[in-house]
Design a protein around this ligand. Structure first.
Ligand SMILES: NC(=O)c1ccc[n+]([C@@H]2O[C@H](COP(=O)([O-])OP(=O)(O)OC[C@H]3O[C@@H](n4cnc5c(N)ncnc54)[C@H](OP(=O)(O)O)[C@@H]3O)[C@@H](O)[C@H]2O)c1
Length: 180
């Protein structure tokens, strides 16, 4: 357990910056599927005990029938149409700064932001993301849901790691540099 918990964005995008097509198709990710290669995901997930994601990403996960997340991780689904909590899933509508401050005021593992883009944009607007692991999939989608929307303040980052993989995926890990 630690009390310097970090909010980490861990996400994959096409080389031209999209996380899905407009119809939520994420089949471009299959270009990098390889047996026995999870691009560090299982190791990463061991370091987190809380997940935050947008309602559209949550719906997509449900539609895909994925049993996720495993274990007893707490999941916060952002939505402006709150629903009753269900098991370890809580639906949240309120200040993101307050939510993240509440997590950080308690001991625990890191917090995983799973996306999507609207959620990332709002967290970046409030400068709440401490680390980003971005996996670039070698494909141009041409159109779709952009991971990073415009109109944000300037935020300085430090690149701490870059890895490339056999299937052409490149993974970059950045830390948000504050107080420079
Ligand atoms: N490539 C990848 O690794 C990856 C990862 C994650 C997601 N995705 C894809 O990204 C797509 C979804 O991304 P997206 O940008 O469209 O949507 P999103 O961020 O997943 O969800 C947006 C929804 O979250 C809720 N929301 C956002 N900010 C909120 C706030 N401050 N307070 C309360 N609720 C808030 C709203 O829900 P309500 O409408 O219910 O109010 C909003 O419609 C899906 O296709 C998903 O599969 C891809």
């Amino acid at each position: 357990m630690q009390n310097d918990r970090k909010l980490i964005l861990y996400i994959a995008m096409s080389l031209d910056g999209y996380i899905a097509k407009h119809d939520d198709d994420i089949s471009f990710l299959s270009a990098v599927e390889q047996e026995g290669e999870d691009y560090g995901y299982s190791k990463f997930i061991e370091t987190i005990d809380t997940v935050i994601l947008g309602r559209k990403t949550y719906d997509k996960i449900l539609a895909m029938g994925i049993d996720w997340p495993d274990g007893d991780r707490k999941v916060y689904v952002l939505t402006r149409t709150p629903k009753p909590d269900s098991g370890n899933i809580q639906f949240y509508f309120g200040s993101l700064t307050d939510l993240i401050s509440t997590f950080k005021s308690k001991e625990g593992k890191n917090i995983y932001c799973d996306g999507g883009a609207e959620t990332v944009h709002q967290l970046l607007q409030e400068d709440l993301i401490d680390e980003l692991t971005i996996s670039i999939v070698p494909v141009f989608l041409g159109d779709g849901i952009r991971l990073f929307k415009g109109g944000l303040q300037e935020l300085k980052l430090q690149l701490v790691n870059v890895k490339s993989f056999e299937k052409g995926l490149v993974q970059m890990r950045y830390i948000r540099m504050r107080n420079l």
